[in-house]
Design a protein around this ligand. Sequence first.
Ligand code: PMT
Length: 399
Amino acid sequence: MDSLTGKKIVLGVTGGIAAYKAVEIASRLRKAGAEVHVVMTREATEFVTELTFREITRQPVSVDMWAKVTNFNVEHIALATLADYVLIAPATANIIAKTAAGIADDMLTTTVLATKAPLIMAPAMNTNMYENPVTQKNIAELKSRGVQIIEPASGALACGTSGKGRLPEPAEIVQYVMDFAAGEQRLKGRKIIVTAGGTVEPLDPVRYLGNRSTGKMGYAIAAEAAKQGAEVLLVSGPSNLPVPTGVQTVRIQTAREMQAAVQAAYAEADAVIMSAAVADYRPKTVAAEKIKKSEDELVLHLERNPDILYGLGQTKAQQILVGFAAETCNVEEYAKKKLVKKNLDFIVANDVSASDAGFAVDNNRVQLYFRDGRTERYPLMAKADLAKVILEKLAALLP
Ligand code: PMT
């Protein structure tokens, strides 16, 4: 789908100098087939008039929560319900902060809090405001909740300085919305298994062997796949993260339990993404009682766990298989070996010795190695954004 025919878009306009560009955004959205409902903040009306938007969109424009109601269909809850997408462009530091904090003190913020529609924000502000750690923290928070953030452009700013913070061109913003709308249903009808977190291998009734995986990477993939229309089975080791909306979750402890859960759904699956950190070994015996301190040394005997992904690769039919490689050195060499040995379509390699990426943090830095020899390298990015990249690559490989 490369148009927005039939889509209802609530366009939030906030008080920045780039507010004038929202007029062209509204016009382009309409030309792409969307029904556009503009909600302005009081500050935005200082830069551009309601009348302009009303003429462009042929719809009433909302500003005031307490204005005389002329049409009940455009009250804030109604707008929140009718929206297929909410786009805020330009989005000031103020609206970003309010949205991150859940504040609802005007028509726009109330609509945003009340809607279940995907939210897309295009930040535009002075570079220092954009780079301020509190703004970056708010943006990271919004991203982690699935809000789409359109990166600001760099260049001359209205305040006379130059740097990052410009609103991208209206055509680019509308293209982003169209791509998002197309991507949203990219995986409709597909069955995808995602594994996440670390397996836990018991040693005795109180101890286990585990690893540092929190499930953040896998949960981000599962959430995004569900958002794109897939039927998602998330097979998760112990994790404190909330189950993503629309995702069926099976909780497991050990590698063998994970293998059983994945195998049970494998025949019907279109794809498997193994982001779980699976223990290669488990204690050979699990003590029935708590192991007591006795000697200075305790020797544990371990035995091999099944390699779940290798097993899937051996019996692969229509399924696209995506593995992860967690390495601390020779990342490329080891990842490529796993790609071939496990019969994968591509592998996501991350260096887990880095402190800002890999285990337990919100970001990751990866290389993708494909079966056909292609390599793609990505800079540090939010796991939520990486999930989109991985699913885009996966979707391109599905028959
Ligand atoms: O959960 P987070 O805190 O967000 O951390 C994310 C992560 C670092 C765990 C994730 O990005 C990651 O790297 N996951 C893979 C961890 C891993 O076990 O890698 P590996 O190189 O040991 O295994 C290669 C592949 O084989 C993986 O897809 C793994 O799931 C799979 N495997 C491994 C061992 C085994 N016995 N069975 C398997 O299926």
